[in-house]
Design a protein around this ligand. Sequence first.
Ligand code: GLN
Length: 194
Amino acid sequence: MKIGVLGLQGAVREHVRSLSRLGVDTLIVKRVEQLDEVSALILPGGESTAISLIGGETFLKRLRELAKGGFPFFGTCAGMILLASEIEGRAEPYVGAIDITVARNASGRQVHSFETTLKVEGVGDDVPAVFIRAPYITRLGDGVDALAEYQGHVVMARERNVLVSSFHPELTDDLRIHEYFLNIVEKRNQEDLK
Ligand code: GLN
């Protein structure tokens, strides 16, 4: 099993580091063809506009196709914005892999970045979370589960094989959220073999 990390811009190395610490094979995906070599894709934090412009329509189109087929995605911060089906103040979504609405930069400007501990459903009561100009989830579709909240805002959610978080688990030493995602990927791979 090989996990891809979208390597166009943002906190790419940090995700690779977390996955390597879990003993997982990783591939930094910079070209659209490389998506064929991985069982799942992590979309890192950074700047969603920049990531979408660097990847361009070819990348987005392929990601949309993969999403339709149940491909596992994990988007952190900017990655969550890219995966959302609706973005406040923007006419069109990017990939639209998860039925949520997000509000960009809802947690403040860069100077208001902060670290806290969250209760994350299925993960733990004390999960460290770093927020950097983070988006919040303002609407959850019917098939979407809220996994964590911060001050009344949903900050982590899952719809089938797609996981998103407003915060950055890759900027902490805690590996439980990456482990949680790997379980989703493993289950999906097993179902494919049946
Ligand atoms: N504010 C950024 C955006 O809108 C996300 C910030 C982050 O990924 N840390 O893309």
